[in-house]
Design a protein around this ligand. Structure first.
Ligand code: M6R
Length: 614
């Protein structure tokens, strides 16, 4: 997500701002920019698509002098990631430079009205609309810049954290927030500004967290002034930072993994934003629609991935076969690349990767491209190698996933696959419209249902205490729940170092049932599905051998709860969406077991976040 940094003081602003941008890189972004006011009162803006390092290269040889400036990392919402859409944005006269996090929902109306007044726009962003509005109000109402900001923000519907500087006003930064975080740091003869404290903490521990609808008037030689949108002056509440930089990045959670599990309602909303329109009954995945013929004429879909991303791919197999009637094969990238695979030019290959840098998946993509197949990427890290090496794709947009055990990336990968299958199925007319609309409408409920499951965290933590003794675990599921079972097992082994196996429940009797005794915990996903009754039979087989059953069930369940030793109740949903819910208690269970066993949850032994060697 976007990041804001600002500085006003006695030192050169540029190095402080660039360092701050680097500190915010973990948030995820696709372009960056900086605005500096120098002693000649020039307002210089430099922007670059890509990494902060690209911005630094771009700034080489340019005038980067000045002791006041603002800087930004942008995570695209309105308009593609490019130079024009990167922040800061100039006003029409190029006298004001503004950076912004958030979304201005009524920007279209505001933009139209400004256009009618003769304003022209250089970008597709909502941010440029705001800076133009501020300038328009300043000129037309003949008010100073802080008043203009206040009046403009009163017209804005949506979320924002903003900072701006004005040409000819080298002693002033104005900042404001609503629903997007903004922190002001109070230093020795200096003020700092940032989206979170990570760029500030090495300069000062004294910070002020702005509240919603507050405007900070940060003047070089004066006390910080905070006014509300309603023009009430506020007394700044200074907070002493006590947390370390690392803890701040965890947002108060004990581990990144727990934070990332809890982020999932938001990350799934982010992943759907701009793609699903419930009111118009539309799914718009531009990567699919721009290449519609490839998908409609696909002889086969080949899904290539590793680890958790491969598990998401297995769910994709169920989805594409059910809704698009296209045969699907899901392959481990590492096996596929060395197997002399048969690849047809009319195959569509879907490569799934959180990091976008997994070496085996990159190599498998090259193989598929050489054979003439169309390659579509599902990735999280913007600008990483896989999106750059595929013909088209969709980002998952969950922000940086720092915990090695993938959680929020998995659910977003599954969500992208769901949206793809629905989009293609509708175009192919292989999904009845009524069914499409039912699933679409239920997708909208998923984030809230995940919130409900997260509310069971304490119960799941209690349950985890029962299982810390275990040396082995079995996870069972059928249909859409089978990939969830193997993903649940992977989560447990990665961070708790307990041996865990995931199986399709019906496979038990073909061998693994020999492992069952009264010591063996068996986690069964037994939510409502077309195979619910079959799963009950499988549970009975385990029960007869005294296995200890922990079942994931729905509220309406009456049968499984009578057989299971323990149950976790999750909300009901469409069968194809159930993985988005049933994985959540399994993530929490493995997290709590690992914590109890004293493992390094975020950086488990022998594992790396991005596997760049084969
Ligand atoms: O970045 P990728 O999605 O390509 O990574 C694939 C696997 O390395 C990854 O999913 C790994 O299995 C995770 N540690 C799972 O939690």
């Amino acid at each position: 997500m976007c990041g804001i940094v600002g500085y006003i003081g006695k030192q050169e602003a540029y190095p402080i701002l660039v360092k701050g941008l680097h500190r915010l890189e973990y948030r995820g972004y696709d372009s960056s920019g900086i605005a500096l006011l120098n002693t000649a009162a020039d307002l210089n803006i430099y922007k670059s698509k890509g990494r902060v390092a690209d911005l630094e290269t771009y700034c080489q040889g340019k005038d980067i002098s000045g002791t006041i400036g603002i800087a930004h990392t942008r995570w695209a919402t309105h308009g593609e990631p490019n130079h024009a859409n990167a922040h800061p944005h100039y006003s029409q006269s190029e006298h004001i430079a503004l950076i912004h996090n958030g979304i201005i929902e009524n920007y279209v109306v505001l933009k139209e009205s400004l256009k009618q007044k003769g304003y022209t726009f250089q970008s597709d962003t909502d941010t440029e609309v705001l800076v133009q509005l501020i300038e328009y109000i300043k000129t037309s109402d003949n008010v100073d810049i802080s008043k203009a900001v206040q009046l403009a923000l009163k017209q804005v519907i949506g979320a924002y954290a903003i900072a701006l500087v004005e040409k000819g006003n080298p002693d002033l930064i104005i900042a404001a927030r609503k629903s997007s975080p903004l922190v002001v740091g109070i230093g020795e003869d200096a003020f700092f500004l940032a989206s979170d404290a990570s760029p500030i903490i090495e300069y000062t521990k004294k910070v002020i967290y702005l509240d919603d609808e507050e405007i900070a008037i940060i003047h070089r030689n004066e006390q910080l002034k905070i006014i509300s949108l309603g023009n009430i002056e506020k007394t700044p509440q200074i907070t002493q930072l006590e947390m370390s930089l690392g803890a701040l990045e965890k947002g108060g959670y004990a581990h990144f993994m727990l934070k990332e599990i809890f982020e999932q309602p938001r990350t799934l909303r982010d992943c759907m934003r701009g793609r699903i329109n419930i009111d118009n009954n539309h799914i718009v995945l531009s990567g699919i629609l721009d290449n519609k013929e490839k998908f409609l004429n696909a002889r086969r879909i080949l899904i290539l991935a590793c680890g958790t991303s491969w598990h998401a791919g297995l769910i994709g197999e169920y989805l594409f076969e059910e809704f698009c009637r296209i045969p699907v094969e899901v392959e481990y990238s590492s096996e596929f690349r060395y197997r002399h695979p048969v690849i047809y030019p009319d195959d569509v290959v879907i490569a799934i990767s959180q990091s976008g840098e997994t070496a085996d998946t990159l190599a498998a993509i090259e193989l598929a491209k050489k054979a003439g197949a169309f390659v579509y990427g599902i990735c999280n890290v913007v600008g990483s190698s896989i999106p750059r090496n595929t013909d088209s794709g969709s980002y998952t947009h969950v922000g940086p996933e720092i915990g090695v055990a993938s959680t929020k990336a998995f659910t977003a990968q599954v969500l992208v696959l769901i949206m793809m299958a629905l989009c293609i199925g509708r175009e192919k007319k292989t999904i009845p419209e009524k069914r499409f609309l039912q699933i679409l409408s239920e997708l909208d409920n998923i984030p809230n249902k995940i919130e409900t499951i997260l509310g069971l965290n304490d119960k799941i933590e209690d349950l985890s205490k029962i299982f810390t003794y275990a040396q082995n675990f079995i996870y069972l599921g059928r249909g859409y729940s089978y990939p969830v079972a193997i993903e649940g097992a992977l989560k447990l082994k990665e961070i708790s170092y307990i041996h865990a196996e995931g199986y399709p429940a019906a496979e038990m009797k073909h061998g693994p049932i020999a492992l069952i005794d009264n010591e063996m915990p068996v986690v069964v996903i037994a939510t409502n599905s077309t195979t619910y009754d079959k799963t009950i039979s499988n549970i009975q087989e385990i029960k007869a051998r005294k296995g200890r059953i922990l079942a994931i069930v729905n509220k309406s369940d009456t049968k499984v709860r009578q057989m299971a030793d323990y149950t976790i109740e999750i909300p009901e949903t469409e069968e194809c969406l159930d993985p988005l819910l049933s994985i959540i208690p399994l993530q929490l269970l493995s997290y709590h077991i690992a914590v109890k066993k004293g493992g390094d949850v975020d950086m488990p032994r022998n594992l790396a976040k991005s596997v760049t060697v084969e």
